[in-house]
Write a protein that binds this ligand. Structure first.
Ligand code: AHN
Ligand code: ZN
Length: 338
């Protein structure tokens, strides 16, 4: 291998602002699974889906990450130390929330700041807690049992840890904040669904807290990207309603970037549902334009996929190809910020 080939095999060189002719180069190269050169001045590291997969496995191995449990605390410690090992300045927000049913949740938002001195920033986020109840499980006996949370919880965090691993060695032009929100998934049990109006803010407690009390007073960023449920095989990511309402230009930027990388089978140009997820509060409380990359499956009982909020949400439902599509797209967007 000559020097150029070595460099190419280490780095993916690609820009998303490329012209049509250049896009075709990118597509042709992608079929051969080779690094892509579009604009030589932009260096994007190669997202390693095996690595992301192992970060999900590590979380699942702690057991369900339900707030106020030992597995949750241990996994939180692991996430903090991982992010610190990648050179981030990590702060946590340790808060006790009262869930809608009265449970006290020892929760922790984990905030990892890369290049904290930079004014121009991008925010990436995911929730790291898992649902305490498998209340969509086909077997009623599981409706009050905690679930493994590989996809719902684990996948977004796994992709972000893999991105953090690269942020440790290759600096983008912008500062990046990776925020792992807690207590997203302790919302209203399906058996209590008649109470939805009273408890419509029972989900996403960590992001609600952070949006009111950001780790830096007056915190802002160019935009945010939430990753939620990003690991299932053949996932389809559609335009989510609040994302287009609050952050339309960023939705199109990300979806176009995915298309240029050849991931338009995952990032489809269709309107999806309107989902009250962490990004809703980031947008509506803090006013930071934040999009949600989330897999929906309109065919399945609860609209997210047959494993969602069931005991089946385990590593069997994690596909490296999906992690790659999401991770490489998000990384390409970040490294292309001027
Ligand atoms: C509700 O189901 C209310 N929100 C979807 C967001 C979610 C749940 N993400 C993971 N679990
Ligand atoms: Zn959930």
């Amino acid at each position: 291998m000559n020097r150029l080939q070595i460099l190419l095999s280490l780095m993916l060189l690609v820009a998303c602002g490329a012209s049509t002719g250049k896009e075709q180069v990118a597509k042709a190269e992608k079929v051969q699974e080779k690094p892509v050169v579009v604009e030589p001045d932009v260096v994007v590291p190669i997202f390693d889906a095996d690595s992301a997969y192992s970060f999900i496995e590590a979380q699942v191995n702690f057991g369900p990450r339900v707030p106020s449990t030992v597995s949750h605390r241990r996994c939180g410690d692991y996430l903090v130390s991982k992010l610190e090992s990648y050179g981030a300045t990590v702060v946590t927000q340790d808060v006790d929330f009262k869930a809608y049913n009265g449970d006290i949740l020892n929760a922790r938002n984990i905030i990892a700041q890369f290049q904290p001195e930079k004014q121009q920033r991008v925010m990436l986020c995911a929730h790291w807690d898992t649902r305490p109840w498998a209340d969509s499980d086909p077997d009623k006996a599981n409706h009050y049992k905690p679930l493994p949370g590989a996809n719902d919880g684990g996948s977004g965090v796994g992709v972000l840890l893999e991105i953090a691993r690269h942020l440790a060695t290759v600096n983008p032009n912008v500062g990046v904040d990776i925020i792992l929100f807690d207590a997203e998934d302790y919302g209203l049990h399906e058996n209590d669904s008649h109470l939805w109006k009273k408890h419509r803010h029972s989900w996403a407690l960590g992001s609600q807290y952070w949006s009111i009390n950001p780790h830096v007073p007056g915190y802002t960023a160019r935009f945010g990207i939430l990753l939620d449920i990003v690991g299932a095989p053949d996932s389809r990511f559609m335009y989510e309603g609040y994302s287009t309402r609050f952050a339309e230009e960023h939705v199109h930027k990300v979806w176009q970037c995915a298309g240029k990388l050849g991931y338009d089978n995952y990032f489809v140009n269709e309107e999806g549902g309107v989902i009250t997820d962490d990004h809703y509060y980031v947008n509506s409380i803090l006013g930071l334009p934040c999009i949600d990359i989330i897999n929906c499956d309109p065919e399945s009982p609860n609209g997210f996929g047959p494993y969602h909020h069931t005991m089946k949400d385990d590593m069997e439902w994690i596909d490296r190809n999906t992690l790659k599509a999401v991770g490489q797209t998000v990384m390409t967007v970040i490294y292309n910020e001027k």
